[in-house]
Design a protein around this ligand. Sequence first.
Ligand SMILES: *Cc1c(COP(=O)(O)O)cnc(C)c1O
Length: 400
Amino acid sequence: MNSFADELNRRLAALREQNLFREPRRVDSAQGTRIEIGGKSFLNFSANDYLGLANHPALKTAAVNAVEKFGAGAGASRLICGSLAPFHELEEALAAFKQTEAALTFSTGYAAAVGTITALCGKNDIIILDKLVHACIVDAAKLSGAKLRVFAHNDLEDLEDKLRWSSSFSLSRNTLKRELQPHVLVITESIFSMDGDAAPLCEIVALKEKYAAWLMVDEAHATGILGRHGRGLANELGVSDRIEIQMGTLGKALGASGGYICGRRALINFLINRARSFIFSTAPVPAAAAAATAAVNLVQSAAGEALRSQLRQRVAEFQSAIRNPQSAFISAIIPLILGDENKTLAAASSLSELGIFVPAIRYPTVARGAARLRVTFSAAHTATDVAELVAALNKLAMGN
Ligand SMILES: *Cc1c(COP(=O)(O)O)cnc(C)c1O
């Protein structure tokens, strides 16, 4: 038995050697712009809680009320013991919000990706991914058994190369059996999680239509932030109804927990019957669904608009203080790429000594040698908070 722990300790030592060892830091407060770690208060620029909803009274009240009425747990998978009303309310709210026929929620965004991609694609199919898509999409694509092709990040020419290859591959495989004809699924994010940049969705939509492929867009970092009422980047660009599968998470700007898929009723009915992470997993706690419904309503209200405007303001203040005064608002994620893992860790720990929490993002979250401080903003930050961060970065000579 000792040799098991010995082997793992050897592997862990290798991670430490490469400055890749990680451990969770215990926080003794709610998520917010100030969090308490080890009895000390930190100014927090690390969360994806872009609108400050994770600890918002409207979400908390909704969660508490759902606990009172529906209890703490869901009992089983929704297909086994009945499907609690808060999930249905949430899915109706999401479909209305995203202007699709229907929606389905999962316990996490990760589960949504895995369940959906493996349901839609199998070994006869082809999946084409942007190089920088989230790990859950990569894992799902591998698990599906489909042939994988990766196009260079946001590179339309490379995407078209892959699509051209796929269609010639499909032709060469031409078969009378309809179910054996390969389908091609292109997957990208709208706002990329570690770089904060946007995909050229209009052009990607045009390409997938040219080659008769399907398109799945993960709006994890744009939902609640971009587009009319925070519907996402696809809405902002006017291409939502040309995207077969719209995915997102309820755990980022929406401040709760869970993942969703929005699209045609046929897609949702198919996933209910085929998405294994939906079928073979206990439903999330009803309180999470109720909190998410409150968030979906909130982001579409005047209060939601005000939060988005505050968020844009904070990002603009930071951009102009630090490097890029002209750039338009793209997202709440600003990476400061240092490259070297060691240097990035040292910078994060210096910031931490100044009472500021910014995570050092390293391999495997980003490529080796592309380590970065990932600064994320929230509508709940004040101008003073941003000024404090800028002063600290200047102190570390990282101001420009
Ligand atoms: C966070 C994230 C997910 C996973 O969502 P969870 O709800 O956290 O499981 C999926 N895709 C992207 C791009 C993400 O950033």
